[in-house]
Design a protein around this ligand. Structure first.
Ligand code: FES
Length: 103
């Protein structure tokens, strides 16, 4: 995970089901706030998924997309909310970059 200041973080022993937002917060990743606690209601967990991983991670659903639209100024085609992406063995090695704050 690349943080908002360009630092890189690698996590091992990631338990299945933990979200990217939780991982980021637990490990003090700059730029991951998670203000709403994972409720898909704040977009302070916004990340850009590495394009090589996009097919595995998948696109946001309508609710998540609506929230991402609130930060449209910094949204990209590979945007996801970190609280909505849960780790699984299939995502071992996943690379994401924390998006800059909106506005
Ligand atoms: Fe609020 Fe993800 S933590 S939208």
């Amino acid at each position: 995970m690349t943080d908002a200041e360009g630092g890189t973080h690698t996590f091992s022993d990631v338990e299945e089901g933990v979200s990217l937002m939780e991982l980021g917060r637990r490990n003090g990743v700059a730029g991951i706030m998670g203000d709403c606690g994972g409720g898909c209601a704040c977009a302070t967990c916004h990340v850009y998924v590495d394009e090589r991983w996009w097919d595995k991670v998948g696109a946001p659903d309508d609710v998540e997309f609506a929230m991402l639209d609130m930060v449209a100024d910094v949204m990209k085609d590979t945007s996801r909310l970190g609280c909505q992406v849960r780790m699984s063995p299939q995502l071992d090695g996943l690379a994401v970059t924390v998006a800059p704050a909106s506005g």
